[in-house]
Design a protein around this ligand. Sequence first.
Ligand SMILES: Cc1ncc(COP(=O)(O)O)c(C=O)c1O
Length: 450
Amino acid sequence: MDRKKERPMPDRLPQEAGEAGDSLLAVHGGNPVRRTPWPTYDKGAVFIHPEDEEAALRAIRSHLYFRYDHRAQHETECGRLEEDLRRYFGSRHALAVSSGTAAIALAIMAARIPPGSLVACPGFTFAATPSAILLAGCRPFLVEVDEDLHLDLADLRRRWTPEIKAIVVVHMRGFASDMESLTRFAAEMGVPVFEDAVPALGAELNGRKLGTFGLAGAFSTQSDKSLNCGEGGFLITDDSVLFARAVVLSGAYEGRFRRHFPDGDPPIDTDLDLPLLSFRMDEIRAALLRAELERLPIRLKCFRSNHAYVAAALADLPGIAIRRPVAPGACLGEAFIFRVPGGDAKWFAHALCREGIDARNLGSDEDANVRAFWNWRFLFGGAEVSSIKALLPGTARYLAEAVDVPLSSGLSTEDCDQLIRAVRKVAAAMGADRRPAPAAGTTAPAGRRR
Ligand SMILES: Cc1ncc(COP(=O)(O)O)c(C=O)c1O
């Protein structure tokens, strides 16, 4: 669904249903707020239009699937996509690749971060971030997140060691990190910042696109992302040497990297110094992405208005603390996240699911969510979960309190109203029940008002 206009803010909060007669939770045998499945992230059909199909078919019918064939860069789908991305982000360079993970690893490797170095990243991110650091031959150094689930700079500063040679910041679930403070700190320490902007394609911080603050920005075009071609990604940067090295590493062999510098000499002489990792994008995906990029602003508007509408309607709800952006509007809007401080977030998410809303407690111990650092066993050998959690106690606590609801760009006003009603209904029941968190010594829900 294309909604070209911002969704109007609710003049009447949709809280009445869920009060009179209907307050019995579905989890206790009452009527659910919603009976049809919650539209989850856009796994496919939601935002693919006939013009996108045509673009992909055009590439298929051309029978030219490899980006580095006889054609010049500006005649290929990949080359054109990179030109469109450069224009969209206002960056000097763009490189289409095979995944977001590849884009992060390429940025680290192309920047010559010495193998074996520590690379800092937040303890709340998709497992792909520390995996990309490993792929680049480095070691992840996990950093706490704050109560709004942003990288906690105070923790990074406190535990800083000269072995840390780079920072990968993550705009997790589309929420910008505080790039001004972080880039200032990184400059002080003399290390580069790379942005894992995978979940935030198109989101801005103070009018500037995420991914353009660091030395390089990495994005994914896998199915859940703002641009969706099933698998894929890209890298943007203003650094020409980093870019040239990334092009070679991604698999541009036998001088093909020169095609990426049509207007002048490339800043490196040879490609023989670098391994070839075959992280290239193909022509069919690039054609699909170029078509989608044209309609991206419409999709971004839907995300933003869904999130603003739901957040405004629930802003004053006692018992929950809605995740706050670091600046007004500094989030994509593809997820509605709130904490239940002192309450039982696992129960809250379960009760929401029974009301017909797809909700997940991010730090549930019954759910091997790969966004929670204690589930990254590949980093910790055979260590006990409790001792892994003790490494980042703040992050472990905030994730345990957090509930995550996907906000598809295709949500209707009715969908949003049902989400609002369901959250109000569960919060009201929690208030009545006073369901404390399982951990001992917790207080009643704080009822933070903002
Ligand atoms: C924060 C983050 N970083 C990196 C990735 C990896 O992207 P890809 O699946 O394209 O490798 C993801 C995937 O969802 C992600 O959420």
